[in-house]
Design a protein around this ligand. Structure first.
Ligand code: GAL
Length: 677
């Protein structure tokens, strides 16, 4: 476990974003009383408070925050303090209009919302450092400070003149010479050859398609540039003597502007804002996905910084979650390493842009069904304190399956004019993760070049660009005995999105033992069957097996009889290639069968089929088996464990009703069984 994976607050942090600057002192009193009743132990302050802290340039007003911190201290409540730099105030915009972000189409944005900053603008960076320094000097050693929440969801892309200069510098460092860049970007195409770095712009509105290599490099640059801004803030805190842990909140699932592995290395703890995008059973799978990603980025425990307390936004409607589900979701995150259940937000705003967003204290106030369930949640979380202790060594969750994750895959599939514009990196990765979740098998995400010694199976979904080093890493894994499964859209290009010619997927042709000649997306809605009975959609390929075994062939049109799924033996391992887009059901069946063949067992055999989610979180000399019952019929488990929530023993059998949850405390590796009802 990495050093950054040691965040252990000794309790589950419970609370949310609190914005006292929106309310009067009478409401503060009521808030603190409600926090006491709900057993809230942590709030996040200051996320968008810049104009309240620095109403005019250089004039700081901190009395209100001093008072809030005094009241919190009296109530025994800790806090994350945010740097408010995601929302520069109007005075800043008026004084430094060049620090407003410019869209690719040339539109310069203005204040009146949030996230309007040009990350490369010197005035913005200086103002951000100044307010950070000020907060660090005043509050950096406060005993209630649990950590610094730097900025909020970094993610504004700027295509303006400041970004242009910084992009040129970044490119010069990356490529060294303009000739190397011209080569990497294939600028001979459409007369784009550059004579110097000074001629290059960020991708902006163009008459027709932009250069894909320029587009992906701009995404990489933007992530690095925002990371540099975050590091500057961290350095200000450290220079002021504050040693509190530093985090910034990543966001899932809608957009992805950060390369999370490199960011995580610069944080003391990873935190995530996770907003569900589905109300069906897939919401539970989505919780698992977000939590597994955050734990993997962190290399250990992490902080759930935000989730919606009451609603799930779907197709323009905010649908209710329900209390039982809310509780199971909170437990699902904690089972997978979260040290918190923090929410956006504590009190639902009366005005402003997000006045209809859910909160722990709804507009109706403390006398409400929502707040009743919040108090119940507080009670439950208090009993889970022992779960937050960390194992002396080894991972929080022992997973033998790994899924490769890298933002390059996401960004590559967002470049225009691919063979299909209906491709989504996150959909492909999520579908892969969902299959293992449905089988009850724990999963880690891994970065390219990660140590894979604990992982018997590595799945590479839709990782379109692969560098030489990444290809060598995959080869070494397989030759050393690893089982690799690669899905279509992986390894088509090098890191500059240049197609590796001679047959698809060019970067992995030798390892996979196949040669593809044509990429053949299927028309919308068309599904075809393979010889092994699996059903595919979206994508097929004209493929031959050079020295791989053919596991399934196509049966339709001109591809009938040709390989669709292959498996090559290499050294002590195997490399499987899936050249078509499995439907979810076919993917589920194949991945579960492959795991079974490799002897990779579900956490609790039989549980997933009954709708029972089972996750074993390792602790300090103890394990905690989280059992979350999303199914429709009662189930009973038995084994030598005790439920932290109810105190009940499972020795003679413990029954879970639909919607129920238990957290069994066990000696390491104690078996627990699911009884037939
Ligand atoms: C988050 C953001 C919060 C709030 C929330 C609403 O992405 O950090 O400030 O806007 O979304 O869902």
């Amino acid at each position: 476990m990495s050093a950054r994976g040691r965040f252990a607050p000794g309790q589950v942090l419970f609370g949310g974003d609190w914005s006292p600057e929106q309310w009067d002192p009478a409401t503060w009193d009521e808030d603190l009383e409600l926090m006491r009743r709900a057993r809230v132990n942590t709030v996040t302050l200051g996320v968008f408070s810049w104009s309240s802290l620095e109403p005019t340039e250089g004039a700081f007003v901190t009395d209100w925050l001093d008072e809030i911190l005094e009241r919190l201290a009296a109530a025994g409540i800790g806090f994350f303090l945010a740097t408010p730099t995601a929302s520069p105030p109007p005075w800043f915009t008026r004084a430094y209009p060049d620090a407003l972000p410019v869209r690719a189409d040339g539109t310069r944005l203005t204040h009146g919302s949030r996230d309007t900053y040009a990350i490369s603008a010197p005035a913005y960076r200086e103002a951000a450092r100044r307010i950070t320094r000020r907060l660090a000097e005043r509050y950096g050693r406060h005993p209630g400070l649990r950590g610094w929440h730097l900025h909020n969801e970094y993610g504004t892309l700027d295509h303006g003149p400041h970004a242009e200069r910084a992009f040129q510098v970044w490119l010069a460092q990356r490529y060294g010479t303009i000739e190397a860049l011209n080569q990497a970007w294939t600028t001979a195409f459409w007369s784009q050859g550059y004579a110097s770095f000074a001629e290059i712009t960020p991708p902006r509105a163009t008459q027709y398609l932009p250069n894909p290599a320029q587009a992906i490099d701009f995404r990489r640059f933007s992530s690095d540039e925002m990371l540099a801004a975050m590091i500057e803030q961290r350095e200000e805190l450290r220079a002021a003597g504050s040693t509190a842990p530093v985090t910034t909140n990543f966001m899932l699932p809608t957009w992805n502007h950060l390369e999370q592995w490199s960011w995580a290395e610069q944080e003391d703890v990873v935190s995530l804002d996770h907003y569900l995008d589905t109300v069906g059973p897939d919401a539970e799978a989505h919780v698992a996905y977000g939590a597994d990603l955050a734990r993997s980025w962190s290399g250990g425990p992490w902080v759930l910084m935000e989730q919606n307390a009451t609603g799930i936004r779907l197709d323009g409607r905010t649908l209710g979650k329900g209390a039982s589900r809310m509780l199971r979701h909170c437990l699902g995150y904690i089972a997978r390493g979260s040290q918190s259940s923090l929410f956006f937000q504590w009190r639902q705003s009366a005005g402003g842009s997000e006045q209809w967003h859910g909160a722990l204290v709804p507009h109706a106030g403390g006398e409400s069904r929502v707040f009743e369930s919040v108090m119940r949640l507080g009670e439950v979380l208090e009993r889970l304190a022992p779960v937050t202790a960390l194992p002396a060594d080894g991972p929080l969750i022992a997973a033998e399956v790994a899924i490769l994750w890298h933002a390059d895959g996401w960004w590559a599939l967002e470049t225009p004019d691919l063979p299909s514009s209906h491709l989504s990196y996150s959909a492909e990765v999520r579908a892969t993760h969902r299959s293992f979740h449905r089988a009850g098998i724990p999963v880690d995400f891994v970065a390219p070049l990660a140590d894979l010694s604990a992982h018997r199976l590595l799945v590479v979904p839709a990782q379109y660009p692969l560098s030489d080093a990444q290809v060598a890493w995959l080869e070494e894994y397989v030759h050393g005995g690893g089982e690799l499964l690669v899905t279509y859209l992986s390894g088509l290009s090098d890191e500059h999105l240049r197609v590796a010619i001679g047959g698809y997927p060019g970067r992995l042709r030798d390892l996979l033992g196949v040669r593809g000649e044509e990429l053949l997306p299927l028309p919308a809605g068309r599904r075809v069957q393979l010889s092994d009975g699996s059903v595919v959609e979206e994508w097929t390929e004209l493929l031959t097996a050079t020295d791989a075994e053919v596991l399934a062939t196509y049966t339709h049109d001109g591809l009938a009889g040709l390989p669709a799924i292959t498996r090559a033996r290499r050294g002590a391992g195997h490399a499987t290639y899936v050249s078509a887009g499995w439907t979810q059901e076919s993917r589920d069946a194949h991945l579960a069968a492959l795991a079974a063949e490799l002897g990779i067992a579900p956490t609790l055999p039989g549980a997933a089929e009954a709708g029972l989610e089972a996750v074993r979180r390792r602790g300090d000399g103890v394990e905690h088996l989280f059992l979350l019952h999303h199914g429709a019929a009662p189930v009973t488990v038995r084994g030598n464990g005790q439920d932290l929530l109810s105190g009940a023993s499972a020795r003679d059998g413990l029954r879970l009703e639909p919607g129920g949850a238990v957290v069994l405390s066990l000696a390491p590796e104690t078996p627990i069984h699911l009884l037939e009802d």
